[in-house]
Design a protein. Structure first.
Length: 424
């Protein structure tokens, strides 16, 4: 800690370079101590601009780098260091290449020439460290290093950045390592929120408590907000991001009481790939929230008609009703648009007198999640349900008879046709 103390200055003393070096050392030590009081490990990569995601022809170049070395030294390209040359991964001759950024002292000759030249009024000669990209863990003259990544030679020939290694990070935003996984996570959060909405509606309809679902939904919003902040320039240390992901993974466990509790690993600054991989995999697995099973009744063929009878109170009180056709192939085209429906007792009258009736309207994207597997077509029944509106004569007949039907088109022969409804 002696380096933390400032040099002692006296009037009339002879100033030597060692005095100024001592002042630099004290200021650097003070800055390092102040940063350490935050309580977070602050060594690693803070900024990286490179072509590591796709090194063309196996040539890796770095245009910008900020790193805090294990000894606390700060290296910044181009602020206080310059990069010598790109690295040819092919020339290394290995299928797996570990890439290091070695820090070398300034070129003494160049520094001496600059120091002896009389500076311009606005320019002071400065010392720049040298940064060399290498596939070797140690090189002659290196005074520090930062590991940047592991590259693997793929079957097709190009080198690809391995996802099983991430160096220690000081910030996530300006570094590229976690970007693909966090982008995927944003999509999973959107799916989770939609599933939670449907599950909450199902729970309320059954009279069950939806409190755990609402709690998890709030946590999903919190995590989404944090990721949104990062997108807008709030560059966070890995620890608070990992902590938020870990907490959300634990909250997701509330949705399945039968599953074993998630045991999240503690934060490890030197094993970022593993710990983030564990919690993100857990979230991805839990993201497959059980889809609420949509209620459905099969239409039965009777005398050229498809009839769904003995409708339960849930169907008769539903907001919207749908005809669901389970097809053999996705490419099969059906033409049910405009098909007239009514109760079994009124269908003939409606057709003979060309009454309005209820009609089918194609609904390629129904406003609910479902478990109907395979190729499926949805048709909303206009004029049915509690949203039928003023012209609800035919729906009234359905309520009285507790049945609904329509003439069976030829293209529906051999297909399973269901009546489904959206819960109120």
């Amino acid at each position: 800690m002696a380096a933390l103390a400032r040099p002692k200055w006296r009037i009339g003393q002879v100033l030597l370079p060692t005095h100024f070096l001592g002042l630099e050392e004290a200021l650097s030590a003070e800055a390092a101590l102040r940063a350490s009081l935050v309580g977070l490990p602050l060594t690693g990569i803070a900024r990286l601009e490179w072509n590591g995601d796709d090194p063309k022809n196996g040539v890796l170049w770095v245009s910008g780098l900020t790193a805090v070395l294990p000894d606390g030294a700060l290296v910044d390209v181009p602020g206080n260091a310059r990069l010598s040359a790109p690295l040819d991964l092919k020339a290394v001759g290995r299928r797996r290449v570990e890439v290091f950024a070695h820090v070398l002292p300034p070129d003494d000759e160049a520094s001496a020439e600059g120091a002896l030249e009389p500076p311009s009024p606005k320019e002071i000669p400065r010392v720049l460290l040298r940064v060399v990209l290498s596939a070797e863990a140690s090189i002659e003259g290196s005074i520090g290093r930062a590991e940047l990544g592991h590259f693997e030679l793929t079957t097709g020939g190009p080198f690809r950045l391995s996802t099983d290694f991430i160096p220690p990070l000081v910030r996530i935003g300006p570094t590229p390592y976690l970007a693909p996984r966090l982008t995927r996570l944003r999509g999973e959060l959107a799916e989770i929120e939609g599933a939670l909405d449907d599950l909450a509606l199902e729970a309320v309809a059954r009279g069950d408590s939806a409190a755990p679902l609402f709690r998890v939904r709030v946590e999903a919003r919190k995590l989404g907000g944090l990721l949104g902040d990062m997108d807008r320039g709030v560059h966070l240390h890995p620890y608070p991001v990992y902590s938020a992901l870990r907490n959300f993974a634990l909250e997701l466990g509330l949705l399945d009481e039968r599953a074993a509790p998630f045991s999240a690993p503690p934060y490890d600054h030197h094993d970022v790939a593993r710990i983030f991989g564990v919690v993100c995999d857990e979230i991805s697995a839990r993201a497959r929230v059980p889809t609420p099973e949509e209620p459905a009744i099969s239409f039965v063929s009777e005398s050229g008609r498809l009839v769904a009878g003995d409708l339960p109170p849930e169907a008769l009180g539903a907001t919207e009703l749908y005809v669901v056709v389970l097809k053999h192939r996705t490419a099969d085209k059906l033409s049910l648009e405009g098909t007239v429906l009514s109760s079994p007792g009124r269908l003939r009258l409606v057709r003979e007198h060309a009454l309005r009736g209820m009609r089918l309207v194609s609904s390629p994207n129904p406003p609910f999640r479902h478990r109907f597997g395979g190729p499926v077509d949805f048709y909303r029944i206009v004029g049915a349900g509690s949203s039928a509106g003023d012209d609800a004569r035919e729906w009234g007949a359905v309520l009285r008879e507790r049945a609904i039907c329509f003439l069976m088109p030829k293209e529906l022969e051999g297909l399973q046709v269901l009546l489904s409804w959206r819960r109120s």
